[in-house]
Write a protein that binds this ligand. Structure first.
Ligand SMILES: Nc1ncnc2c1ncn2[C@@H]1O[C@H](COP(=O)(O)OP(=O)(O)OP(=O)(O)O)[C@@H](O)[C@H]1O
Length: 564
C-alpha cells in the first residue's frame, strides 16, 4: 500500500518537475524548434537518400543509367552534412545561453532568499546545484527533449515508409519496442534513486574540496595533509561507487535492447533472403528493407536510451526546484524618510530548530543612541542583530524602525538600505582594497574612501602600501593582518553614511590604542548614526549611552554611568 502511495506521489512530483521545466524552456522554444526543424530536415533527407539508393541499385541490375542519381545522392549528402554543422552550432549556442539563463535565475533566487534558509545548504552543495544540476537541465531542454521528439517523428516516418513496402516487416521491426519500453520503465525507476545518490555524493565531494582549500592553514597546522587526501579519495570513491552502479544498470538494459535489436534484424534479413530466393523482391528492395528495419529500430533504441537522461534531468530539476521553492525575502516599498532611525523590538521570540534563543524580548533604541549589546558567548547577541537586519525567517514578534517625525517601517530586507554592518570575522572579498570599500557605496569617490579609512584608522597603513587603494588582497583578506582587514571592513561600513550602524565585535582584533581611535572615528561620523555595538570589552562601554544585556533568553537594559 505504502509502495503504491509512494509511486503515486512520485508521479505527481515528476509532473511538477516537468511543468517547471516547460516554464523554464518557454523563452527558448522558438530556437529549440528551429534546431529540431533542422534535424527533421536531416531525417527526411536521409530517407530520400535511402529511396535513391534503391533506385541506383535497381537501375544498375537492369543496366539502366544511374549517374545522375548518384549526383543527386551526393548533393543531398553534402546538404545533410551542412545541416548537421549548422544544427550543432545552433544547439551549442542555445545550450550556453540556456544554461547561463538558468544559473542566473537560481543565483538570483539564492541571493534574494532568506540568508538563514540558504545557509542550511553547504556552499559546495549549492555549487553542485548551480553547475552540474543546472547543466543537466540545460542539456536536457536543449538536447535530450528535442532529440526525443525528433526520434519519435523519425520513428513514425520510417515506420510508415517501411509499412508501405512490407506490413509484416514493419511489425517485425517494431517487435523490439515492447522490450525497449519495459526495460526503460524498469530502468527509469531504479535510475532516479541512483542519480540522486550520484548528485549527493558529488555535492559532498565538492563541499570537502572547497572547505579544505579554504581552510588550508588548519589542514597544515594540524598536519592533516594525509587525512585530507584520504578523505578526498574516500569521497571520490563513494561517488565512483554510485556512478558505476548507475552505469552498470544502464548497460544491462542497453544490452537487452541491443540483443532484441539484433534478433529483429536477423529476422528481417532471413525474411528478405527468403523473398529474394522466391524472386518476390528485387535486390534494391532487399537493401531498402534492411536499411529501413535498421532505421525503425534505431529510433526505438534511441528513445529507450534517452530514459536515463530524462531521469537525470528530472532528478536535477527536483534539486533545483527545492531552491526555487525557498521563500523570497520580504521587500517592502520604502515607507519612511531614513534619517535618524530608531528601532522598536516588541515581544520577539526566536529559536533555531528546537532551541529558543530569545523569548518575548521587548526594547527600544532611540535615534542617535549608541547601545552596547552584551552577554556571555553563545547567548544570542549576533542572532538579535541578524533579526533586526531581517536575515532570519520565522520570527515571532515585531521589529519596527522609526524616525524622528514619527514615520515607521516594519523591518524587512529593504530596510538594509539604511543600515551599515560590520560582521564578525574576516569578511573581505578577493580584489583590491578599493573594490572592497566600494561595496559599502558603489559610487564612492577616492576622497570618500580615504575619509572612511581615516575614521576607521586604516588611513595610515593603506597610504603606506605601494599600491594604496589598488593593493590586491587575496581571499578573505589574505595579505592583510586581521586588524587591518577589520579596519577595511569598518571603512566599508562607514562610507555608507547609513543612519543605522551595527558593529558585531568589529574591533576584536585591534590593540587598545587602535580600538580607541576607531571609536573616536565612530563618534565623528556625520550624520551621527544610531549604533548597535556587540562587544565583550568593557573599554567600549564608555562610548555607549546604554547597554542591553542578554540573559536567559531575555534582555536587561542598563544606562551606562558617565564615569564608567
Ligand atoms: N545557524 C544556526 N543554527 C542553529 N543554531 C545556531 C545557529 N547560529 C547560532 N546558533 C545558536 O544560537 C545561539 C546564539 O548564537 P549567537 O551567535 O547569537 O551568540 P552570540 O551571543 O553572538 O555568541 P558570541 O559572543 O560567541 O559571538 C548559540 O547557542 C548558537 O549555538
Amino acid at each position: 500500500m505504502n509502495k503504491l502511495k509512494r509511486l503515486w506521489n512520485d508521479r505527481g512530483n515528476q509532473y511538477q518537475y516537468a511543468k517547471w521545466l516547460m516554464q523554464y524552456a518557454k523563452p527558448y522554444l522558438g530556437r529549440i524548434s528551429l534546431t529540431m526543424l533542422l534535424d527533421l530536415l536531416v531525417t527526411v533527407s536521409t530517407l530520400v537518400m535511402v529511396q535513391i539508393s534503391k533506385e541506383i541499385i535497381d537501375n544498375a541490375t537492369i543496366h539502366n543509367g544511374f549517374v545522375s542519381l548518384i549526383v543527386i545522392y551526393i548533393a543531398i549528402m553534402l546538404g545533410v552534412q551542412m545541416l548537421d554543422v549548422i544544427s550543432a552550432l545552433l544547439s551549442t549556442m542555445l545550450n550556453e545561453r540556456f544554461s547561463f539563463g538558468i544559473r542566473k535565475q537560481i543565483y538570483e533566487k539564492i541571493i534574494n532568499s532568506h540568508w538563514m534558509d540558504v545557509k542550511k545548504y553547504h556552499t559546495g552543495d549549492l555549487m553542485t546545484r548551480l553547475t552540474s544540476d543546472a547543466g543537466n537541465i540545460a542539456d536536457g531542454i536543449v538536447g535530450t527533449i528535442p532529440s526525443i521528439i525528433q526520434l519519435a517523428i523519425e520513428l513514425i516516418l520510417v515506420f510508415f515508409t517501411l509499412f508501405s513496402y512490407s506490413r509484416l516487416l514493419a511489425v517485425f521491426a517494431l517487435m523490439v519496442a515492447p522490450v525497449a519500453a519495459l526495460s526503460s520503465w524498469w530502468l527509469g525507476r531504479k535510475l532516479k534513486r541512483l542519480q540522486i545518490k550520484v548528485q549527493e555524493s558529488e555535492a559532498s565531494y565538492r563541499s570537502f574540496l572547497q572547505e579544505s582549500l579554504a581552510n588550508l592553514l588548519i589542514v597544515k597546522a594540524f598536519a592533516n595533509e594525509k587525512y585530507a587526501t584520504d578523505r578526498l579519495v574516500e569521497l571520490r570513491e563513494n561517488r565512483f561507487y554510485w556512478v558505476f552502479k548507475k552505469t552498470k544498470m544502464g548497460l544491462v538494459s542497453s544490452t537487452v535492447m541491443s540483443l532484441s535489436f539484433q534478433l529483429g534484424y536477423i529476422a528481417a534479413f532471413t525474411y528478405g533472403v527468403l523473398q529474394i530466393s522466391r524472386q518476390v523482391i528485387t535486390y534494391g528492395t532487399m537493401s531498402v528493407f534492411l536499411t529501413l528495419v535498421n532505421r525503425v529500430q534505431s529510433p526505438v533504441m534511441g528513445l529507450a536510451q534517452q530514459i536515463p537522461r530524462v531521469v537525470s534531468i528530472l532528478a536535477s530539476a527536483g534539486r533545483i526546484m527545492e531552491l526555487q521553492n525557498l521563500p523570497l525575502e520580504e521587500k517592502l516599498p520604502e515607507q519612511m524618510e531614513a534619517e535618524e532611525v530608531g528601532v522598536k523590538v516588541e515581544h520577539l521570540t526566536f529559536g533555531y530548530a528546537n532551541d529558543t534563543v530569545l523569548e518575548d524580548v521587548s526594547f527600544q533604541i532611540q535615534p542617535g543612541e549608541f547601545v552596547a549589546i552584551i552577554g556571555e558567548s553563545g547567548i544570542g547577541k549576533t542572532t538579535l542583530v541578524r533579526i533586526i537586519m531581517s536575515f532570519m525567517s520565522n520570527i515571532q514578534g515585531k521589529v519596527t524602525f522609526y524616525n524622528n517625525t514619527g514615520e515607521e517601517e516594519r523591518a524587512n530586507a529593504e530596510s538594509r538600505t539604511f543600515i551599515a554592518y560590520v560582521p564578525q570575522g574576516n569578511t573581505l572579498f578577493s580584489g583590491t582594497i578599493r573594490e572592497n570599500i566600494r561595496m559599502g557605496k558603489l559610487d564612492a569617490t577616492d576622497e570618500e574612501m580615504w575619509e572612511a579609512l581615516r575614521l576607521s584608522s586604516g588611513y595610515e597603513f593603506v597610504k603606506e602600501l605601494p599600491q594604496g587603494l589598488d593593493t590586491v588582497i587575496g581571499e578573505r583578506g589574505h595579505g592583510l593582518s586581521e586588524g587591518q582587514a577589520q579596519r577595511i571592513a569598518i571603512a566599508r561600513a562607514f562610507i555608507r553614511k547609513a543612519p543605522f550602524l551595527v558593529l558585531d565585535e568589529a574591533t576584536s582584533a585591534l590593540d587598545e590604542g587602535t580600538e580607541l581611535s576607531v571609536l573616536k572615528g565612530l563618534q565623528q561620523l556625520q550624520p551621527r548614526p544610531t549604533c548597535l555595538i556587540i562587544t565583550h570589552r568593557q573599554s567600549i562601554l564608555k562610548y555607549c549611552d546604554r547597554e542591553i544585556k542578554i540573559e536567559q533568553k531575555k534582555t536587561v537594559e542598563n544606562r551606562i554611568a558617565e564615569e564608567v
